[in-house]
Design a binder for this molecule. Sequence first.
Ligand code: GDG
Length: 496
Amino acid sequence: MDRMVLVNARPSDIKDGAQPKLFSSSVPVAGPPSWAEAGAGRVVIVSNRVPASSEQGATAGGLAVALADATTKGAMWFGWSGYRAEETSAEANIVLSEAGVTYATIDIAERDYQRFYNGFANGALWPLLHSRTGLLRFNRPDYEAYRAVNRAFARALLPLLRPDDLVWIHDYQLMTMGEELRALGVENRIGFFLHVPFVPPSFLQVLPSADELIAALSACDVIGLQTSADADMFLQNVTESLGVHPQRSGRYAYHGREVAVVTTPIGIDAMKFARLAERAELAPETVRLHESLGGRKLVLGVDRLDYSKGLPLRFDAFGRLLYAYPQHRRVVNYLQIAARSRQEVGSYQSLRRELDRLAGDINGEFSDFDWVPLRYMTHPVNRNALAGFYRRAHIGLVTPLRDGMNLVAKEYIAAQDPEDPGVLVLSRFAGAADELTEALIVNPVDADEVAAAIHQGLVMSLEERRARHDALFRKVCHTTAWRFCETFLAHLRARP
Ligand code: GDG
């Protein structure tokens, strides 16, 4: 993230859309030419978290990574500051970066945050949209707080909007914000992109407010999903919840507007990440990891600590590898980086305890006095080190039970040395499996199948590894973060 040059400005400091004096138009722009100033309206990204705020760069999360790669001069990024205050802010704080991106943030009141974020967003929507209805906790005050925070976002954004702005709202925390903007009279084109998967009506209807959410989303002009299967499921819910039958093109009419449902898979800046990984080979952390392995092969997992990522089954699969393929004992190490997230939600606390126990079981069973097979850490590593670790790993182990896309899979491919690449073992239930078909595709529920795939990757010939990597690398270079933004915004600009 680039350096900030103006802090704590208020909307009233920016009159009629003019830039404040501190911002100079001569500031050089990093990256490719800007879609944000392509002459068809400023792009206003809205997401729950704005990475320029308190935990900048330190924490893990796919949305921030993908959008940061594509946020360029002229754009505005609006969202929560990361601070919990006495009261939710009525006005946004404005920060301008040297690269010409405006960051506008509001604080959220502690009591609203608990109910909106931990309660409805992560206690109800997240498990539901990952097909985990058993973990869903619904209560009406949480839902009301969710709606109230979405309303507060809309009210704070309203005075910052210019008539031709394209508003692009992101993810499951903000599903009702488009409707709130319309209620305030906003006529701008509004897009919504969902980073997580969608579910069929038989699942969504478990949520008492399902119909209201589908109706609220239908206030947007364009609704984007990661895969065509997710888009199909969304359209089935439109029929179930609203009684509307969309066209085959994914369009439907609702309350006098036409909504377009599109598939726009997210990606990374693969070339940039490849360069980072090449340089990171010599980074102190990568060198330390390399030395600590003592010539052993590395199996690597990198995830937020989240039950959707399938970590207990993955640990089990590694145990079965050591049991069923004893030739890998003492010659393989598995490093799992599982950066803590959402620690205030009960299901995340119990997941952590379960992983602690499973890691202890595996190491207790297979360790020798000079070899510990599984290394498991719950604090994040910096992005540079992460890139070096990917490059060093013989196996990238990505086995979520459900995942909208999974950017770790794409980062792992981008980071490999093309002359001697590692092998990606990928869950069929990650959106990334739609594209990355040359990976070893597995069902993450079948720990024996995952163990067999790790074994296959560890003994795979150099020729086969190169052929698979070559095909995969072309794909991650094609579906980039940049392309994702361009495609989505082209759909949005095409709306009447
Ligand atoms: C959501 C959807 C979708 C992870 N650990 C560390 C770290 N990370 C970074 C990775 C990657 C990102 O976090 C994780 O992205 P994913 O896509 O894998 O998963 P979610 O966070 O669940 O993201 C997902 C995504 O949104 C985008 O649409 O793909 O399906 O669930 O970039 O590298 N980064 C650092 N240290 C860590 O320890 N620095």
